[in-house]
Design a protein around this ligand. Sequence first.
Ligand code: ASP
Length: 345
Amino acid sequence: MKANQKATILLIYTGGTIGMIKDADTGALKAFNFKKLIKGIPELKLLDCNIETVSFEKPIDSSNMQISDWQKTAEIIEKNYTNFDGFVVLHGSDTMSYSASALSFMFENLNKPIVFTGSQLPIGDLRTDAKENLITAIQIASLQEKGKPVIQEVSLYFEYKLYRGNRTTKISAEHFNAFTSPNFPELVESGVHLNVNNEVLLKENVSKKLKVNTNFDDNVFILKLFPGINKTILHTLLHTPNLKGVVLETYGSGNAPMENWFIDEIESAIKRGIHIINVTQCSGGTVLMGAYETSTRLKEIGLISGKNITTEAAITKLMYLLGQNVANSVFKTIFETSLRGEMND
Ligand code: ASP
């Protein structure tokens, strides 16, 4: 883009509260035609950029998000990649961290912003948080320096903060401040000015061509450990037909029971070629297998360390790598390497 030119932003509405209205009969919120709604936001015309909008034919509550919806969103962006300077994805907050993580893995060599945002209250509500989120997300996606986008990664904007998308997790169904990024600093903070934290931004080598990898493998599950976990249930889960990977949410810095039956079940699953990722169920911090006696055996039997990845990024990375047919011999090494800034190496 030439300097002094206005940025062109594509707004993609997938669904979510931001564009919902109350059903007159039931009182429940449901997705609505966003193009109609957006006509009622005159503020958008005041923004110093050109905006075009596209909406899912049937906008959805993000609890209904499927892999096919991630693929649909990615296809829209890929198709329009050269014609736009940035992309803002309007999405329900419930599974936004999963979608932002999934898209971050799908887009290799990304050098334009993909900003996810949404809101806790519909845009038509008097006390809505949608307008600020939407307007600032568009402004951030439009930020340019020397003709290049400032943000060149998949991010998530909510309540005055832009986060790396694959570092986020939803923490509140009540507060406008619905997200946090427990192990990574904000990329931008919105106050009187937009304060960009330049040192932490991902910058891809611009000479590399964008590659969009859309395959995922859903033969996976997440298991959160709890005291009292039952041997038969664990055995049954780990013998699920076609199972290829598990995100195991362990205690603290990656600890689990030391009982033989537990270790044996996990070890036998790993020997059957099932990839098991150790992530912590704490809301912050990292897995460090070997730090305690209760994680030493897990390290020995070949559990993959999720380090300080979020569960949302871990499960999407697992499905993504399985979908790319990464060979078993290198799967652990690749998983333990940061692909899109989702974990500290
Ligand atoms: N249930 C809604 C959704 O995730 C909540 C929201 O948009 O914030 O689609």
